[in-house]
Design a protein around this ligand. Sequence first.
Ligand SMILES: Cc1cc2nc3c(=O)[nH]c(=O)nc-3n(C[C@H](O)[C@H](O)[C@H](O)COP(=O)(O)O)c2cc1C
Ligand SMILES: C=C(O[C@@H]1CC(C(=O)O)=C[C@@H](OP(=O)(O)O)[C@H]1O)C(=O)O
Length: 390
Amino acid sequence: MRYLTAGESHGPQLTTIIEGLPAGMPLTEEEINKDLARRQKGHGRGRRMQIETDAAQIVGGVRHGYTLGSPVALVVENKDWSHWTKIMGQDPLDPEESEEVKRKITRARPGHADLNGALKYGHRDMRNVLERSSARETTVRVAAGAAAKKLLSLLGIQLACHVLEIGGVRAADLDYSSLDELKERTEASPVRCFDPVAEKQMMAAIDDAKKNGDSIGGIVEVIVEGMPAGVGSYVHYDRKLDSKLAGAMVSINAFKGVEFGIGFEAARKPGSEVHDEIAYSPEKGYYRKTNRLGGFEGGMTTGMPIVVRGVMKPIPTLYKPLQSVDIETKEPYAASIERSDSCAVPAAAVVAESVIAWELASAIVEQFSSDRMEALEAAVEEQRRYAREF
Ligand SMILES: Cc1cc2nc3c(=O)[nH]c(=O)nc-3n(C[C@H](O)[C@H](O)[C@H](O)COP(=O)(O)O)c2cc1C
Ligand SMILES: C=C(O[C@@H]1CC(C(=O)O)=C[C@@H](OP(=O)(O)O)[C@H]1O)C(=O)O
């Protein structure tokens, strides 16, 4: 499967075209919109989220509630566009326009794509960069991820995400009996955190950062249950599924690192405390006695839950601005800020869940018969039987 996205943060809309979903898969705007709403939430979000109520419109590839096998096209309107029609207009700029509309952004913001993007594409107005490099684009990545999640759920594969850490406050070790319970508890939390004590401390850390004109980052975790064993491959670098998940995670704006299972702790422990012993039972087939490696060996799924974490740096736009340089005057300046999120880790957890869902659904569609949803369901069930009896 593949998808492309288009659209600027303050342009009229965001668009995605998804190719490769099997025909006959049920898909509605309503289920996509649930995930779009989840992505908008979270303590620490800025004023833009009060303007937007993200809703996807399916404009191709679905008829009477089922995918057709043709590309699925989704659009999400930017409500904020109504305030930006001139600045973001597509017609050539009228020289008579006001100075405000003609004003170029020439001050590069540290931590953003502004300077590198301007340099790469030759833009003297860095709005041409920031409009597209903005994490507003993650809206349609979540829409594409919702379609992928639907496919996975029909195959008995479930995902959940949660916030593990914000601003150095770490949640207690996870303790849950089912992914549904984990989801219920984290959905109810303003920071998408399982641990009520840490939740309060995280919220206080966000408030403190905001008060001080600063921002904070954190760590999100995605857990996947029900993936059949043997998806992915060890035979070539670009077919390793764990590497695709890692790439997807770091492709999220502001994400800087990835861990699976015990992650970087593996560097500090002996092999006997890192590798997972293999066992067999007729009901479960092969399983691992522990899951320290987070569901992957040799670039393939082990059939154990996938546990993958992503690290988000603090939001780069600070009300207490960092020093930078104006590309016209080459003079130093300290930025003035209109609005920004102070922490978007809870929202980014939903983005992480979506991009991981996309990679897993793509791998499944690539590996098994996938023109028809029914055939795909049968193929995945057969893989489970085969692995159990192998
Ligand atoms: C959900 C989400 C919301 C974000 N909101 C903001 C924001 O309001 N202000 C900001 O400066 N950066 C925000 N970012 C981060 C920037 O988009 C990101 O740091 C920037 O595009 C540069 O990319 P890089 O950090 O991956 O190098 C957000 C990121 C995510 C995932
Ligand atoms: C719009 C979203 O996030 C935006 C991501 C973002 C950035 O620089 O990445 C900057 C802010 O944009 P604005 O300047 O319009 O307020 C955030 O609000 C969104 O998540 O939907």
